[in-house]
Each structure stands twice: as structure tokens, then as C-alpha cells.
Design a protein. Structure first.
Length: 642
């Protein structure tokens, strides 16, 4: 793993010596394998003349600039730090940053280790900030809806307990957290709190009618208890469908979130009734009133609603066709974040701020097969690259060595040894040997303007094509893994969504005893998914493993609303109610809007995060909330009347 650091410093001997001493101090930090600097720290006592002579053997066109002069206000010296991966990146990056803050204020940093290391601070902020805020907001909204602070607090117990236990077990087993796992508590609270709210609302309604606590709880569980089971199973199935996407992080989230949702459902059935057995009924003046949007939704007629749905679908199609997957680690950070500004500064100053590495494993670095393979790999004009062979070719030209160095293995061997006398550190940075196996490892470094999926795929494909026999080319950075995910995410996500929809249709049809009602329930969910993908396409939000989670969240939220409404409608129709659609809306609509209000405000706070990916999740959550609530409140009644 390679870290690129720009240190404010000119080309004077004193400045070069200062930065080289800094490189030596960084070299002593645990987790750093080597530091490549303009002047090795062991030679820091050279005179200015000697420094100039030393640097003259590092030609400016090697592809590894030691100085960056493109900034009009300052000059920079370039340090390349190669990490050994022996320590958590958070600790290594933290120690590097502490040294640089003290010895080289005004530095800039780039590279995958920097992006990943800084991620942990954002994860901690998510864990400390978002779940408590969402819980408090939901408590406030539930209090307004139910009319009782105690009942609102009790209704949050299943979701909070399920999220806490699940996350605690995960961190205990895994030993660490990631961006994906840090969102698990939020998803569990988001997707399970509505069930407990419905149960509590029904209990409070029955208590208001004069029923005893046991009677009220029994009636509530008979009415909505089966719905809790349905929504828990369908939401868990939606997350489990993500297992079809080949991503270890997403697989962990899918399994953990599904388990947490089922756990919260069990707590809703077992613990919540016990807590509600001591709940006191409200006075009539304290009872929550229906929201005005619920009353307005009951006045919507069938034909305009169907036209609205068709227009939504027509609007969605062009946006869906514009959906793309070219996600890069840099895009996880907002443009105003310190990390993004640092990476952008390196890119502007250096003309490319994304260092990537390919390792070439060979038995003989002087064989024409190895030389030709590396030259083919680095021949593209789409990126700047440097290898041992390009270094030697430049050195030979500067030193006036006659002959085609890269066409004569014997001359190449002699030139490498000559160059080693002047620049041993540089040779060691690009050539390593395994003493036991005798294998040689050449490092090829690429400097990219951006982490482009197709460009990375081109490099990875070339490596595969050139690998033959004992010659193996390994793309060595995690960016290549992200590239593979980008290439397969959209087709795999389509498969996951279709699998999830098929699973929930089967589950709801089994519990509702009606395939027709099951298909009707799924219509708002399908339209919400279409609208969500369209917004991503129009807004230029790249599809990734992070955004793919939102398809499961959408299915869980939207289908949960639909199941509660359809089930209530079916019950009222069986009892002979004259207007079951309107009555069902009066019973279900207010809890739906209360849930949406709390979650919507909570997820809006994600806009304060420095992570752009969380800003995107906030946008997508709002799209999900708005579309699923509107479609559940106006489309389902229209469909059920036909």
C-alpha cells in the first residue's frame, strides 16, 4: 500500500536535507516498510554540491518526481511511503499525520491507505451521533402520535435492543467495525421501529375503548401480530438477497442486518407485550389525532392516482437507463471535506494523485519475456507509470551508456548494478527478492488522474493476458477489487432485487392467503425502487455496494407500510365495513406518517457528515420515504377498489 505525501519545501540543499531527515523519522514508525524521498536520511550530511551530484543520477523523466512545481504559490518535495499492513491503518495514518503536523505543516496526502485510515474517524462519528439522534427523533414523533411518553419509550425497546445486541455481537466476533457495519444499527432501528409503533398504537386504542391491558394486548396481537412476523420475514429476505452480490462487506451486512431484524421482531412479540401490560390508557384529550395528510389521502380518486403512477414510471425509465457504476474510494468523501481537498490538491500539483501498484513475480528479471511484459503493461498513454526498466533506461541515457539496455540482458544487468551504487534505495524500492524461493518481485507504479473503472479493468486485463508460466502480474491495490465490484454491481443488484421481490411475494401470499393481495402489496414497492434508481441516474449517484443496500431498505420500508394497510383493509372488509379502504387509512396512515417524519429528519442529519456516500444515503432515504408513503396512502386504496 502506497501513501503519497507532498511536503512544502524548495530545492535548496537545506530544504532537501530537512525533508530527508523527516523521511528518516517516518521510516522509524511502526507499520511503514520504507520511505522513498529525494535524499536518503543516511546521506543527509552531504554538502550542497554533493546533494546536487547525487540528485543528478535521478533523471527528471523517470516517472517518479521528487519535486512538484505545478503549484504557483509553493514548491513541494514528494515522499512515497510504503506500508506493510502490520498495523490498523487508523493507527499508522494517525502517527504519520501527527509527525507531519509537527514537522511539515501545510502538507498534502493521498493514496488508498489515507482514504481508508481517515474513514475510521467518520465511522466513529456515525456511531456516536446518528443512532442516538434517530432514536430521540423517533421518540419525539411517537410521543406526538401516541400521546404517552411512556408508551413511546416502550415502543422503541424492540428496535433499540435488537440493534444494540446485534451490533455488540458483531463487533465482539469481528473485532473491528467498517463503514458498512457501522450503519447496521441505523438500518435495524429504521426497519423495525414501525412494527412496535403499530402494536403500541393498537394497544392504546383498545385501552381507550375501556379494554383491560390483557384484552388490549390480545386484540392488538391478533390484529397486527401476524403482520410483525410478515414484515420481519420479508425485510430479512430483502437483505439476504444481497448475498448474491460478491462482496464480503455486503455479505456481512446482509447476514447481520437480517439477524438483527428477526431478533427485533421476536422482542416485539415477547418483550413488548410485557412492557405494555402496565400501560395506562390516555385521557380523551391526550389521544393523538390523525394527521391532515391522512384525511387528504382518503379523498384521492382512483383514475388520477393511476395516472400519477404511470407518469412516475415514465419519468423513472430514462433515469434508470442513466444509472452507472464507476464508484471510487475518493467519492466517499464530500468535496468540502479535508480528505477530499487534500487528495484533490495532490492531483492538481502532481498531475495525478492516485498511486497504484502492480507486482511482477518472475524467476529472472533480465529475461526478455519479463522485460517485454513490463514494457507492454506500461506502454499506454492513458496513465503515467514507472518500473525498474524505465528507471534503468533513463539512467543509461543520462549516463551516456551506449547500446540498447533493455534489449541486452547482460548490459541491463551491468547497468542495474551501476545504478545501485548511486541510488540503492530506489533500486530496493522496485526490486525485491525472496531468499527462500529465489523469486524476484518487480514493483510497477502507476500515477492516475482518477480511479476510473474501465482504466483499472484495462490494466487488470493486461496483467492477466501477460501472465504466463512463472511470470505472474498481480494488481496489488484494493482499487482493483472495487473495480471488479463496479463491473458486476448493477447486474447482480438487479438479480438481488428480483430475488427479493419473488421471496416477499411468496411470503406475503402465504400469510395473506391471497396471491392477488400479495401482488397489490408489491406494486408501491416496485414503483419506489424504480423512482429511487431514477433519482440516482439523474443525480449522477454511482451505484455501489453502499447504495445497493438501499434496495433492501426500500423493500423493507415500503412493503412494511403496504402489508399493514392491506391487512387492515382485508380485516375491515371481512367484518362488513362499508368503506374499508378509508377506514384502513384512518387506522394505518397516521403511524406511517409518524414513522416517516422521525426517520426523515434523522437521516437528514447525515448531510452533516463529511462522507459523500452518507449524503447520498440521506437523499435516497428521503426518496424512499416520500415515494413509499405517497404510494401506500393513495395507490393502494385505488388498487383495492378495482
Amino acid at each position: 500500500m502506497q501513501l503519497l505525501v507532498l511536503v512544502p519545501a524548495g530545492k535548496e540543499a537545506g530544504e532537501i536535507r530537512r525533508v530527508s531527515l523527516l523521511a528518516g523519522e517516518l521510516q522509524e514508525l511502526s507499520g511503514i516498510r520504507e520511505v522513498f524521498s529525494p535524499l536518503p536520511s543516511s546521506l543527509s550530511d552531504l554538502s550542497e554540491t554533493e546533494i546536487r551530484a547525487y540528485l543528478s543520477h535521478t533523471p527528471p523523466d523517470t516517472g517518479i518526481p521528487l519535486f512538484a512545481d505545478k503549484c504557483e504559490y509553493a514548491s513541494y518535495q514528494v515522499l512515497r511511503l510504503f506500508l506493510d499492513g502490520s498495523r490498523p491503518l487508523k493507527q499508522t495514518i494517525g502517527e504519520i499525520t501527527a509527525v507531519l503536523d509537527e514537522k511539515a505543516p501545510g502538507f498534502y496526502m493521498s493514496g488508498e491507505p489515507y482514504l481508508e485510515g481517515e474513514m475510521y474517524t467518520s465511522i466513529l462519528n456515525i456511531l456516536l451521533f446518528l443512532p442516538p439522534v434517530v432514536i430521540l427523533l423517533l421518540l419525539g414523533v411517537f410521543r406526538l402520535r401516541i400521546g404517552s411518553a411512556r408508551a413511546a419509550l416502550v415502543s422503541m425497546v424492540p428496535a433499540v435492543t435488537g440493534a444494540t445486541l446485534t451490533f455488540g455481537i458483531l463487533t465482539w466476533v469481528r473485532g473491528s467495525i467498517s463503514v458498512m457495519s457501522s450503519l447496521i444499527p441505523v438500518f435495524i432501528i429504521t426497519l423495525t421501529s414501525a412494527d412496535a409503533l403499530h402494536v403500541t398504537s393498537h394497544v392504546m386504542n383498545e385501552l381507550g375503548k375501556g379494554k383491560s391491558n390483557p384484552e388490549a394486548i390480545s386484540r392488538a396481537l391478533r390484529t397486527v401480530g401476524i403482520l410483525v412476523i410478515m414484515t420481519s420475514l420479508t425485510t430479512a429476505a430483502a437483505f439476504l438477497s444481497l448475498l448474491i452480490i460478491d462482496s464480503p462487506a455486503l455479505r456481512e451486512l446482509a447476514l447481520t442486518a437480517a439477524g438483527g431484524i428477526l431478533l427485533a421482531g421476536i422482542i416485539t412479540w415477547v418483550i413488548l407485550p410485557i412492557l405494555l401490560s402496565h400501560q395506562k390508557p390516555l385521557q380523551s384529550k391526550q389521544r393523538g389525532k390523525d394527521f391532515r395528510p391522512v384525511r387528504l389521502s382518503g379523498k384521492m380518486k382512483g383514475t388520477p392516482v393511476l395516472i400519477f403512477s404511470l407518469l412516475l414510471l415514465a419519468f423513472s425509465v430514462p433515469g434508470i437507463l442513466r444509472l452507472s457504476a464507476d464508484f471510487s474510494p475518493v467519492e466517499m468523501y464530500g468535496e468540502r471535506s479535508a480528505v477530499r481537498q487534500s487528495v484533490d490538491a495532490v492531483s492538481d500539483i502532481m498531475g495525478g494523485g492516485f498511486p497504484l501498484t502492480v507486482l511482477v513475480e518472475t524467476d529472472d528479471i533480465f529475461s526478455m519475456e519479463t522485460i517485454d511484459a513490463v514494457r507492454k503493461l506500461t506502454s499506454s498513454e492513458e496513465y503515467a507509470s514507472v518500473s525498474l526498466y524505465s528507471l534503468i533506461a533513463s539512467f543509461a541515457e543520462e549516463a551516456g551508456i551506449e547500446g540498447e539496455v533493455l534489449s541486452d540482458p547482460a548490459l541491463l544487468s551491468m547497468t542495474v548494478e551501476t545504478f545501485r551504487e548511486f541510488q540503492p534505495q530506489m533500486i530496493d524500492s522496485f526490486l525485491r527478492e525472496d531468499g527462500e524461493s529465489g523469486k524476484k518481485y518487480l514493483r510497477v507504479i502507476f500515477n492516475l488522474d482518477s480511479i476510473d473503472t474501465e482504466l483499472l479493468y484495462s490494466i487488470a486485463t493486461t496483467c492477466e493476458e501477460l501472465s504466463e508460466g512463472e511470470l505472474i502480474l498481480h494488481p496489488a491495490d484494493s482499487a482493483f477489487g472495487i473495480m471488479e465490484t463496479n463491473r458486476m454491481i448493477i447486474p447482480r443488484q438487479i438479480q438481488a432485487v428480483l430475488l427479493a421481490l419473488a421471496a416477499v411475494i411468496i411470503i406475503t401470499a402465504f400469510f395473506l392467503r391471497s396471491l392477488k393481495l400479495s401482488l397489490i402489496s408489491i406494486v408501491p414497492t416496485a414503483l419506489t425502487l424504480a423512482g429511487q434508481c431514477a433519482v440516482m441516474g439523474y443525480a449522477g449517484i454511482e451505484d455501489s455496494i453502499m447504495t445497493s443496500v438501499m434496495s433492501s431498505v426500500t423493500i423493507g420500508v415500503s412493503l412494511g407500510y403496504a402489508i399493514h394497510y392491506v391487512s387492515c383493509y382485508r380485516t375491515l372488509r371481512r367484518t362488513g365495513e362499508a368503506e374499508p379502504a378509508r377506514k384502513a387509512m384512518g387506522s394505518i396512515g397516521a403511524p406511517i406518517l409518524a414513522h416517516i417524519t422521525g426517520l426523515g429528519v434523522g437521516f437528514t442529519l447525515l448531510l452533516l457528515s463529511p462522507l459523500q456516500i452518507l449524503t447520498n444515503l440521506s437523499i435516497l432515504m428521503w426518496v424512499t420515504m416520500i415515494l413509499s408513503s405517497i404510494l401506500s396512502l393513495i395507490l393502494l386504496p385505488a388498487l383495492l377498489k378495482h
